[in-house]
Design a protein around this ligand. Sequence first.
Ligand code: AMP
Ligand code: ZN
Length: 494
Amino acid sequence: MARKFSFYNTLSRTVEEFIPNEEGKVSMYTCGPTVYHFAHIGNIRTYIMQDTLIKALEYCGYDVKRVMNITDVGHLSSDADTGEDKMLEGAKREHKTIMEIADFYAKAFFKDFDSVGNKRPDVIEPATNCIPEFIHMVETLLDKGYAYVAGGNVYFDTSKLEEYYVFSSAIEKEQLQIGVRDDVEEDLAKRNKTDFVLWFTKSKFEDQALKWDSPWGVGYPGWHIECSCISIKHLGEYVDIHCGGVDNIFPHHTNEIAQSESYLGHRWCKYWFHSNHLNDRSGKMSKSKGAVLTVSVLQEKGYDPLVYRFFCLQSHYRKPLEFSYEVLDNTVTAYNNLVKKVESLINSDETIKAAAENRDSFLEAIRNRSDIDAGVKKEFEDKFADAISNDLNTSMAITLLYDILKADTNAATKLAVVDSFDKVLSLDLIGHALLDDSADIDPELEAFIKEAIEQRAAAKKAKDFAKADAIRDELLAKGVEIKDTREGVKWNLI
Ligand code: AMP
Ligand code: ZN
C-alpha cells in the first residue's frame, strides 16, 4: 500500500492529503518548455522540483505516469495573447526557421534537464503534433456554447463559467480584475476582458510562420489549448496532478481549467503543484531578459550540474530562491564534503572497497550485503519518507542524509541508506565517490592512516593504552576518525 502523501494544492490553498483517482496510481501533467531560447537555471529549478515530487511519490509506493508538452507554437510574448509568437521571435533573432529553432532548443533543454539527474517524462509531445486534437476541442467548445468567433479568431467565453478565477482568493481576484482592465493592448473582439484565444486566424502580426487549415480559416492555436489537449490525449479525462511554476497559475492554468472542464463537462484535475521562482539579485530570471544563465553555462564554468540540483533541494519548493555564485560555491564545498564522507566509508571497509569497480556493480553489491542493519535502515527510510511526503520537505531529507553519515552504524548500512535516499535526491554521491576514489584521498594520508592503525594495534597488544590513545588522537587531529568494530578497525574522514 502506498504511504500517505501530502503537498500544497494551489486549488484548495492548503497542504492536503493526496488521494489519486485510482489507488496507488498517479497521472501527472507537466507544462513543458517554450523552445524559442535556452531554458535558464530558473526553468530547470521547476523541473528539478517536479522530478523530486515524482520520485518522492514513487518512493512512497505510487506508480506515476507523467506527460509533458513542448511548446513550439502559440505562446505569445505576453502570456495574455498579446505580442508576437515567441517561436517567431526566436526564428527572427537567429535567422532560422521555426522548426530549426524548436529542434535546437529542445535538444539543449533535454541536455540540461538530464544532466541535473531528472528522469524523462513517459510521454513528451510537441504542440505541433496535435493540431487535429486542438481543432476538435475548439469545435466542441463552440458547439457547447463556451466559445465564439469574433474578428476571425475563436475565443473562450469566460462569462459562461460559474467561476473563472479558480485559484485566487477574493483579494487576488480583485487585483487580477484591475490588472486585466488595465491591459493596454486591449483586443476589441473579446466579449469579456478575461476571454482568451483558442484559435487565431487574425492577429496583429501577419508573418506567423506556422499555420494550419481549420474550420475558421488558416491559423494557429492559442497557447493554453495545447496543455488541455495533450493531457487529455495521454492521461484521459481525469488527471491527478498538474505541475508548473507559479507564473503558470494565471492566466495559463486558469485558462486550461476553464477550457478542459467546459469541454469534458466535469472536474478535470484535483491537485495543482506549483513551485516558486528562482531569482537573481536583479529579480526573477527570465528568458526574455537577454543573456541566459543555463546549467550548461554553469557546467562550462566548472560546476557539476548535480551541485545545482543540491542547491535547489536545500530550499523548499514553495519559497522563492535567490541564486548567487557565493551560495553555489558553498554548495560545491558541501557537496564535495558529502562525496568525501561517502568515499571514506567505502575505503573504511576492505570488502566494500573490493567491490568498488564500477558504479552499477558496486550499487548492486551494497544493496545485497548481509551486514546491513535492517532496523537502522528502515528507521532512516521511514524518517525520509515522512519528510518527503510532508509537502516535499527536501531540506529535512538532506538533514537525514547528514544524520545517516554520522550515525552509529556500520559502513554497509550507511551506504545502503545513502543509496536508498538517492532514489529521490538523485545526487549520485556514491557514483562521484567511486569516480573520486583514491584520486581524492591523498595516498600519503592513506598510507599514514594504515601505518598508524597498525602501530595502534601493536600498542594495544603490548597493553600500552596511553600510546594507543595518543595515536587515535593524532589521527583525529588530522580529521580521521577510527572505530573498533567486530570486523576490525574502520576509519573515515570527518
Ligand atoms: P517556459 O519555457 O517559459 O514556458 O517555462 C518553463 C517552466 O519554467 C514553466 O513551468 C515556468 O513556470 C517555469 N519558470 C519560468 N521562469 C521561472 C523562474 N524564474 N524560476 C523557476 N521557474 C520558472
Ligand atoms: Zn501548460
